[in-house]
Structures are given as structure tokens and as C-alpha cells.
Design a protein around this ligand. Structure first.
Ligand code: GLA
Length: 756
């Protein structure tokens, strides 16, 4: 069955919604929304929250049709023994458990009697014209918004559940979370606590999610929504590259530019679960939570558990519009505001040029190369601290190696800065090596379940950040480094997943809490550091994209998307990540060729252009590599420096992505310049001529393609499209643009708005 959708206005630029964002009728219909979506639910006569509608803006949202009570169902259970009131075929807002709804519930708890039957009924509500911060967790920032807090109660358990819904006037995002408070006399065990439940009515849906592995993140997978349950999760203690905490439920056949899409993402960096369940009556329930089978939380009387925040986006204009909504929101409401429109420095990173073979004189000579080739910052990536000549040692001992860095890191940073460069440093502060002073002093600081032997990965253990004193130690050791005032950038790495999760500091019944307590500890460290050092660019990394998520982004404006530095390998990674993330939050560098990850040889242009639309652009090459291609590298680094202001706050668009060809557009935020990159993976002869039909160009303006001097009207660029360069079998000097020879070719087109 096709979903029947009215047209949705295109973006927040479409005009503000006037009046309240949340209304409540006398018969308790809650209508939330703005000019791009409506979200409606109501309280039934039994006190159950019934979900009524989520989609394009309704003229009179509170008139959304109610559920009917069906009389013909055989074997249906009557909830509360009300005739024909069966929860199993109703869309619900936050379902309890064990009472006539057989789909997955929002809350799973057990009390001392062993009962897990949860009946959640409306108690009260209030609306506030702000967005409350979530206790100890990252969440989107407020602004022009309203928050509805609906309180539900379960009288038998003595539980009180606050459901929080924030609607912004100018963004197509609905933010949700839940607070569970134990108002009873005995403790309860929380086994699952959804951030949000989204019940979509019967329809034919497809699912889209992002999965991957090391150096291969953000693969897009799309499938028909089957009957039964599909779920993605992480039990690795990090959101992980295996499954990204994002899921889109799509109207069957929806595409890049058409069709309904419901996108869901979690603002959290640890274990999670997002499931989609098609029940027996064809509706689909999407549940977003931090819970995994290992999760359990003891909630003592009087205590509250705050779930992470789930974000929802509805688009009736396919994936492209969904991405626009995410991008605007992530940039404005998640990522640290100080960096929103801040051009990022270009950089030379030491990792793929030197690995662990690094010392003070090498850093200084790399700094000279960096200066000559025209980059802004030198980053010492690993290998700089006491004894760190391999990955088997020294994590935890965050002082410069005395033999290889005799001046010490603050003095070295000063020397680099005297050359007119910024200075950046790699750290991995959540980790501990067995061969370290820190381990010798505190072997018991390793994250490990009581009675287990911790496993190493990349030769290292994880510090138990669920313990306050260890989180404080991590803060203090990073603070000691940064307090010299000469560090402009930090690459914060995390190179192993968790295993044997548990903590000797907690009793047996709280071992299921440790993975989440670790995240709370980590977030507290990040909050303190980003408050103390608001001007430092923190770049989040976890062996590439193993913890690339909205939670980390709240504290760190930039993230290293993948260790896959080969440009062809990186194309699908950037394309997949762009479903949610604006490229303002990513960085990329020109790596050596042949590539160290997959051995592929590519041109400098292709290596640069694959990451050209990321905010942070640079090189990871040694002095010889730089000397060999100096002019070309200098050309691109100058281009990157000159265009740095354009690559924050603009609009990224996926024009097309096929097995062999990729085309992306980036529009500078004022619309004065539009950049297009085009990649042809394998060359061929006599191929059809490709065209790029650009998006959201001013139709009445004229644009000059600066590479050739040709002029195009904006409407033609969108409707007819610009012919893309190709590799000809005869090269004429005719002023046209051609693709470079051979495989892995790429080119850049720059359109300048023509001023008469
Ligand atoms: C991880 C990162 C790399 C690099 C190394 C250093 O693998 O993803 O970019 O920083 O650590 O050890």
C-alpha cells in the first residue's frame, strides 16, 4: 500500500511556522509540529497514549483520525477488559509490557516480586518554552523551541515516566527522550528503556541502515521491511562501525529525491539498539534505546534514569531532503557552536608519513615542509610520548619521550608555532598499556568484570571510566597537556572495542550498568575539557569511524571518518555518512600512493578531491613525497586554504552514486559558489555522456564555470544539468574540460554566480 502524502515544504528556509509548536485539546489530543512536520497523539479513555500521526504538516493536526475499535477480531485480548480495545493493533506512543500488545515494549522492568507487567497510563503533562538539558548526557541544544513533557505512571511498580518531546520552530527534527523515576518503596531492575518508540501505520516500507567494519564504514544497505523484527545494535561499548545508530524507514520505492522517509538517530556513543518490527497487522514499530541484552540498571527508590536522546526526521522529499534536515540540525544544534562557521586549518599529519618513527627533528623538518607547501598546522599523530615506539606500549603516560623529544612537547609546540604553523597532537586517553607507568601504579584501573582476565586489543586495555577517580585522572592528564596553551588541535583516539565489561568497584547486581556508566564518565571528561578549552579543535577518532556519532559530536566539532584513506575506498564512506552528517564535521587528507590500506595507486587530484568537501583538509605525506609532487600539492593546499570559509555551513548534495561514477555538489552558504566533484572509477571508451543535474541553485542567476569560462543559467543547471567531463580518445586543445587519463579519474567544477 502506498503512503498517501501531501507535499512537504522543502526546508526550514520555507518560512517559519507561526504560533505555538505544541497544542493540546480539551480531550487530550497533543499536536506537535512546525511548517515541515506534524506529530499527533492522544490519551485514550483508558489512559493509554495512542499515536495518531507523523508526517507532513497537517492544517488542523488535532483532527488527525483516531483509531477505531474493531469488533471482529477473534482471540484478541481486551485491554482493561474494555470491549474491543486491543493494544496489539493500535499505534502506541510508549508501550508497556505484557498487556495485550505483543510487539516489543518501550520499557522492560522487573520488581522484587519478579513481575515484568508494565501498564503505563497518562498522569499529567506540561509544556515548557525551552529544551531541558539531559542529566549527564549529550543532547541537542535548545533555542526557539517548545518541549512537551507527558508523565505516565505505572501504579503497581510505582514508576513515573516522563516522555520529553522537543519541537523546534526552524528545524525538521523532533527530539525525544524518557526519564524513568522510581517513586515506589523497593528497587526495580530496568532492563530496557526506550528513548523513543515510533509506531508507523500499516504500509509497505523499506529499511535503510549503515553498517561496516574497520576502514569500511557507512555502507548503505536497503531492504524491504519484512514481517518480524530487524534490529541493529552495538555491544562493543562504542556506537561502532558495525552498525551506525541510525535507521530510516522509507515508503517503498522512495528515492534520493522523492518519497516518504522517517529517519531516526540516537545521540549516544555507547551500546545501543534500534529495532524495527512489523507486527501482525502490518504497522511498523521503530524502537530506539541504549539497551542491549547485557544492560541492566538498578533503580533505587527516588532515583531517575535518563535515556539518551533520539532524534526523528520526517521527509516527504526522499533521502536528499532528509539529509538536509539532519545537516542543518547537526551543524546548528549538536556540533559545538564555536566551530559552526569557523574555517578549519589545513594540516600535515605525521601518521602515514612516519608512523612510530618520529622524533623532534623529524617533526621540525616536517613543519618546514608543511610551511613550504602551504598548510596551516602540523599534527603529531602518535609516537611522541614516553617509550611509544610501537603500539605495544606507553598508553597512559602522557608526557613527551625524553630521548626522542628532548625539548618536551610544550617547547616543541612553541618551535612549530614560531614557524607560523598551528600545532596539533594525537592522544588516546581512555586507554592503558600494560607496559606503562600508569599500569604499574594502577593495574586495577583496567575495565574488567570481576573474576575475568581482560583481553588485549591493539595491545591495550581500557581504563575503567565508570569510576569517578579514573575519569578525574583522565581529565587531569589531558588538562596537564593542554594547559601549556600551545596546542590548537587534538585528535582524540579510541582504538579498541570493549570486552569483559564490568568493574570491580561495583557490586554484582550493578555489573550490567558499567558500559553506560563508562559513557557517563567519558562524557563528563569531554564536557569539562571542551568547557575549559573552547578554542581547541577536538577531532574524534576511533580507529576511524568506530565511534563517529551524534554523542561525540556534541563535544568535538570534527571526526576522522575512516582509516580508509584511499580515495576510491573512501567515496562510499563519505556518501553513506552524508545521509546524516554535514561534511563540516569531517576531515580528510591526501595519503601516500600506493595506498597503505589497499595498495591502490591514485593521482594527487583524486586523493585530494575525494575529501575536498570535508571541512578539515590536509596531507599525510613525508618530505620526499611532498618534494616529488610539490607544485600540485601546493596548488591543492592553497585551494583548500582559500576555500576553507566555503566548506563550513554550506550544503552538500549527493548528485549520483553508482558502481562506477560518483558526483557530489557543495554549495557555499551564500550561494555565490557551487562546487561539483566527479569521479570515474574505471575508465571506459565510448561511454554515455554523464550529466550532473544540480540541486537548489538560484534558477534566475547565471553561473560561470570557472574552469572553462562557460556560462549557464541556474534553471538549466538544475533541469538540464551540466555535461560532465569525459576521457576522450583524442585530445583537442578546445578549451573544454576532459577527465584525466586512466582509472580513478576525477575532476572539480566550480560555478561562480555571475555578477552583471
Ligand atoms: C588509529 C587512527 C589513525 C592513527 C592511529 C595512530 O588507528 O585511526 O588515524 O591516528 O590510530 O596510532
Amino acid at each position: 500500500m502506498k503512503l498517501n502524502l501531501p507535499n512537504q515544504r522543502s526546508s526550514r528556509g520555507a518560512g517559519p511556522s507561526i504560533g505555538p509548536l505544541i497544542t493540546v485539546t480539551e480531550d487530550r489530543v497533543f499536536a506537535l509540529g512546525n511548517s515541515v512536520f506534524s506529530y499527533v497523539f492522544r490519551v485514550s479513555a483508558e489512559g493509554v497514549l495512542e499515536h495518531l500521526y507523523y508526517g507532513a504538516t497537517l492544517g488542523a493536526a488535532s483532527d488527525a483520525p483516531r483509531h477505531d475499535r474493531r469488533v471482529f477480531q477473534h482471540v484478541a485480548i481486551n485491554f482493561d477488559n474494555q470491549p474491543n480495545y486491543n493494544l496489539n493493533n493500535i499505534c502506541l506512543e510508549y508501550p508497556g509490557a505484557g498487556r495485550s500488545d505483543y510487539r516489543q515494549s518501550g520499557l522492560k522492568v522487573r520488581n522484587a516480586t519478579g513481575s515484568g507487567i508494565v501498564s503505563l497510563r497518562y498522569h499529567s503533562h506540561r509544556i515548557v518554552s525551552e529544551k531541558p538539558d539531559l542529566d549527564d548526557l549529550p543532547s541537542s541544544r535548545g533555542g526557539d523551541c517548545e518541549t512537551l513533557i507527558v508523565t505516565l505512571v505505572d501504579e503497581e511498580f510505582g514508576l513515573e515516566i516522563d516522555l520529553l518531546y522537543t519541537v523546534y520552530r526552524d528545524y525538521g527534527v523532533l527530539a525525544r527522550s524518557a526519564r524513568i523515576t522510581n517513586k515506589g518503596v523497593g528497587d526495580v531492575r530496568l532492563q530496557d528503556a526506550a528513548s523513543s518508540v515510533l509506531d508507523c501505520p500499516v504500509g509497505d516500507y523499506e529499511l535503510l541502515h549503515l553498517h561496516g567494519t574497520w576502514a569500511c564504514e557507512f555502507n548503505t544497505e536497503r531492504m524491504r521491511m519484512p514481517s518480524g523484527r530487524f534490529s541493529i545494535n552495538s555491544t562493543r561499548g562504542a556506537s561502532s562501525f558495525a552498525h551506525h545508530p541510525f535507521l530510516a524507514l522509507m515508503e517503498e520505492g522512495a528515492g534520493e529525491t522523492h518519497g516518504a522517509v522517517f529517519g531516526t538517530a540516537l545521540v549516544y556513543s555507547g551500546n545501543f539498539k534500534i529495532s524495527a518490527e512489523k507486527g501482525e497487522f502490518g504497522g511498523v514499530r521503530v524502537i530506539t534505546s541504549l539497551s542491549t541484552p547485557e544492560f541492566e540498571w538498578r533503580l533505587n527508590p527516588g532515583e531517575t534514569f535518563q535515556t539518551p536522546e533520539a532524534l526523528h526526521v520526517f521527509s516527504s522529499g526522499g533521502l536528499r531532503r532528509m539529509s538536509r534536515f539532519w545537516h542543518e540540525f547537526v551543524r546548528d544544534k549538536i556540533s559545538p557552536p564555536a566551530f559552526r562557521l569557523k574555517p578549519r586549518p589545513t594540516y600535515l599529519n605525521s601518521w602515514e608519513s612516519a608512523y612510530f618513527d618520529i622524533d623532534e627533528s623529524k617533526v621540525l623538518s616536517l613543519a618546514d615542509c608543511a610551511k613550504q607547501v602551504g598548510v596551516d598546522m602540523l599534527v603529531v599523530d602518535d609516537g611522541w610520548f614516553e617509550g611509544r615506539t610501537t603500539n605495544a606500549t606507553s598508553l597512559g603516560d602522557w608526557t613527551g619521550d625524553k630521548k626522542r623529544f628532548p625539548s618536551g612537547i610544550p617547547a616543541l609546540a612553541g618551535l612549530v608555532r614560531e614557524k607560523g604553523l598551528k600545532f596539533g597532537l594525537w592522544i588516546e586517553p581512555e586507554m592503558i598499556s600494560e607496559a606503562s607507568e600508569l599500569y604499574r601504579a594502577h593495574p586495577d584501573w583496567v575495565l574488567c568484570a570481576p573474576g575475568s582476565t581482560p583481553s588485549k586489543a591493539r595491545n591495550q586495555f581500557i581504563l575503567d571510566l565508570s569510576r569517578q577517580e579514573i575519569a578525574d585522572h583522565v581529565f587531569n592528564s589531558v588538562d596537564a597537556l593542554l594547559s601549556c596553551g600551545r596546542i590548537d588541535y587534538i585528535k582524540w583516539d579510541m582504538n579498541r572495542p570493549m570486552s569483559e565489561v564490568g568493574s570491580s568497584a561495583f557490586p554484582p547486581e550493578q555489573q550490567g550498568e558499567i558500559a553506560h556508566r563508562y559513557m557517563l564518565g567519558l562524557y563528563s571528561v569531554l564536557r569539562r575539557l571542551s568547557d575549559a578549552y573552547p578554542d581547541i579543535i577536538f577531532e574524534n577518532c576511533a580507529s576511524g569511524g568506530n565511534r563517529f556519532d551524534l554523542g561525540m559530536l556534541r563535544y568535538m566539532p570534527q571526526a576522522w571518518i575512516s582509516d580508509m584513506a584511499d580515495p576510491i575506498g573512501r567515496l562510499p564512506i563519505i556518501n553513506g555518512a552524508s545521509l546524516i552528517y554535514p561534511l563540516d564535521v569531517t576531515s580528510a587528507y591526501v595519503p601516500p600512493s600506493p595506498n597503505h590500506q589497499n595498495g591502490r595507486a591514485t593521482s594527487i587530484a583524486t586523493r585530494f578531491l575525494a575529501g575536498a568537501f570535508c571541512a578539515g583538509r590536509g596531507l599525510s605525506l613525508n618530505a620526499d613525497d611532498i618534494a616529488a609532487d610539490f607544485d600540485e600539492l601546493s596548488h591543492w593546499m592553497t585551494w583548500a586554504r582559500d576555500t576553507a570559509p566555503d566548506f563550513v555551513g554550506g550544503e552538500f548534495t549527493r548528485i549520483f552514486f553508482t558502481d562506477n561514477e560518483v558526483c557530489w555538489q557543495y554549495s557555499e552558504r551564500s550561494g555565490a559558489r557551487i562546487y561539483v566533484v566527479y569521479f570515474q572509477i574505471l575508465s571506459g571508451v565510448n561511454k554515455p555522456f554523464a550529466r550532473a543535474r544540480l540541486a537548489d541553485v538560484d534558477p534566475d542567476s547565471v553561473y560561470t564555470l570557472t574552469e572553462t569560462g562557460e556560462r549557464f543559467r541556474g534553471d538549466a543547471l538544475m533541469l538540464s544539468g551540466v555535461p560532465l567531463p569525459y576521457f576522450p580518445n583524442r585530445l583537442d586543445d578546445d578549451g573544454l574540460l576532459y577527465l584525466e587519463h586512466g582509472d580513478f579519474a576525477s575532476c572539480l567544477l566550480t560555478f561562480e554566480k555571475y555578477k552583471k
